[in-house]
Structure formats: C-alpha cells, structure tokens
Design a protein around this ligand. Structure first.
Ligand SMILES: Nc1ncnc2c1ncn2[C@@H]1O[C@H](COP(=O)(O)OP(=O)(O)O)[C@@H](O)[C@H]1O
Ligand SMILES: [Mg+2]
Length: 220
C-alpha cells in the first residue's frame, strides 16, 4: 500500500519547533505537496483535553506513570484518528513532537525504565515510526531556562531538561539515517534551509527554484 511520509520535529522546549513547522508548511504548500501539520499532545479533540490536563499547573503533582499513560493515550488517539488515515490518503504528515518526546521526557527526564517506556510508546502508536525526525538541539540553559510563563513540564529543573536533551541526542545517534540533527540557535532561515535540503530529494522537489524565494513565502 502506498502511503505518505511522516516527518517529525523534535527537541526541548522553546528550541523553535513551531517556528520551523511554519517555514516547512509554507514551503510544502508552495510546491503543492499535499500535507498536514499536527502536533502532540493535542492533535485531536480528546488530545487537546489531555494536553490541558498535562500542562496545567493545576493538575498538581502527577504520578510519573500516570503522566506517561496520559501522553500514551494522546498518541493512540492521534495515530488512529489523524495520522494513519492521512498517511493512507498519501498525505505527508508533519508532527510537532512524537515518540522521542515520550522517551526523552517520561523515560530519561522522569527516570522511568527506558525499555518499558519504549514498549508503551510503540504500543500506543501501533508501531508507526517517522520516516525522518528533525531534531533541533540546544543547551536548555539557552532555551527552556529563558521561558517566562512556564507550563508544568517547562518548570522542571535544568538537570531534568539536560537529561531530556541527552536522550534526544542518543536516540538520533542510534539511528542516524532517520534523523537530521540541527543546532537550534542557528539563524532560523539557515535551519529551515537545511530541513528543505534534506526533505527535497525525499519528495522529488528541485530546491533550485527556492533560491530566489528561500521561505516559499512569495508562492504561498
Ligand atoms: N533559530 C532560532 N534562534 C533564536 N530564537 C529562535 C529560533 N527559532 C525560534 N526562536 C524563538 O524561540 C522562541 C520559541 O520558539 P518556538 O518555535 O515557539 O519553539 P518550540 O515550538 O520548540 O517551543 C520564540 O520566541 C521564537 O521566536
Ligand atoms: Mg511549539
């Protein structure tokens, strides 16, 4: 069965995932690529409610396993309701956070058993793996630590966020052909260009036509 590609943007809080997903959305649209932008947690109506529970400081101290299961529930709903149907229609799906965020935050951050969290994430996503993960990497002292109105996860310690960063990098190092790791504090245009360069051959796009219009903004 032919299916679309799944591209995931990963990285810590405030590394620029939303910024890059906007660049990517415009570029894909400018080349007429049938695509869908989505995110975790919160890519479905149920997921938005789970997202609120997870990020609201009013949820208080969530048990680590309860937290992992809520993220897993969001993923299960998202894969079934949104991502798989889109991929089966042949669409390219761009997802802001996916399995690696669970492995990094709930596994390494919360220090839960890595093999159990991996099994949970695979089960929740019914084995759906990204074709490419773009990892935006930065020292959390330069990103998370500078956020003003922090949500529940962002309020964790610098040590927590360092474990998260290290786990993202370790996941990428284990499977390099499925990752593009980019320094998140590079100029945003340069990051966007590196993402396009990696994706273009996967999509049969000639980036030569982008030179006069690097963001694809003139065509969108
Ligand atoms: N390459 C970059 N260098 C410096 N700041 C950036 C860069 N990309 C994004 N930002 C800024 O960092 C902040 C967080 O970006 P955002 O895209 O919302 O991150 P995320 O979605 O990963 O939390 C925003 O103020 C954004 O303008
Ligand atoms: Mg974001």
């Amino acid at each position: 069965m032919s299916r679309g590609l799944l591209i995931v943007l990963e990285g810590g809080d405030s590394v620029g995932k939303t910024t890059q997903s906007r660049f990517l959305d415009r570029w894909l649209a400018s080349h007429g690529v049938d695509h869908m932008m989505t995110r975790e947690p919160g890519g479905t109506p149920l997921g938005s409610r789970i997202r609120t529970l997870l990020l609201d400081p009013a949820s208080g101290t969530l048990d680590d396993r309860a937290e992992a299961l809520l993220y897993a529930a969001d993923k299960a709903q998202h894969v079934t309701e949104v991502m798989r149907p889109a991929l089966e229609r042949g669409q390219l799906v761009v997802c802001d956070r996916y399995i690696d965020s669970t492995l990094a935050y709930q596994g390494a951050g919360r220090v839960l058993d890595a093999a159990q969290i991996d099994a949970l994430a695979r089960w929740a996503t019914d084995g759906l793996r990204p074709d490419l993960t773009v990892l935006l990497d930065a020292d959390p002292a330069e990103t998370t630590a500078t956020i003003v109105d922090k949500d529940r996860m962002e309020s964790e310690s610098l040590d927590f966020h360092r474990r998260v960063r290290d786990e993202f990098l370790a996941l990428a190092a284990r499977d390099p052909q499925h990752y593009l790791v980019l320094p998140a504090r590079d100029p945003r245009d340069r990051i966007a260009a590196a993402v396009r360069e990696r994706l273009a051959p996967m999509l049969g796009i000639d980036t030569g036509s982008d030179l006069s219009d690097p963001d694809g903004t003139m065509r969108s």
